[in-house]
Design a protein around this ligand. Sequence first.
Ligand code: DQA
Length: 146
Amino acid sequence: MTSVLILNGPNLNLLGTRQPEVYGRTTLADVEASCAAHAEKLGLDVVCTQSNHEGALIDAIHAAKGVHGGLVINAGAYTHTSIALMDAVASVELPAVEVHLSNIHAREEFRHVSYLSKVAVGQICGFGAQSYLMALDALAHRFTIS
Ligand code: DQA
């Protein structure tokens, strides 16, 4: 069964209590549980990881090569700053879908820039926790056509 790594970056461990007016009241555990349930319906395995540390996220991306068939990444604020994360995704040559709970394009200008978008197969943002499920749908579709 194809496996997908779901990677969450800084501050996403606080989902549910962190600025609920922006990110909603769904916790990271809830997000991960709905991803696992949705993946099962799609015939995919998922592994979920979260870190507040850029290097740990890079290590997780490197370790995904040869283990997972694709990546779903919400890099949090590193989306807008990290060339190193972008390079890591490019290096492993796995299809990566960038996700965000909020619509980053409707927010502050510094959030409009995404280094990850340059190497991701696509970006899904603005649908809250549903963004992750849409990313899994996109990867499942991609696996069937490739
Ligand atoms: C986020 C958007 C980022 O701009 C922000 O820094 C986050 C969360 C989102 O899921 O909407 O931490 O990635």
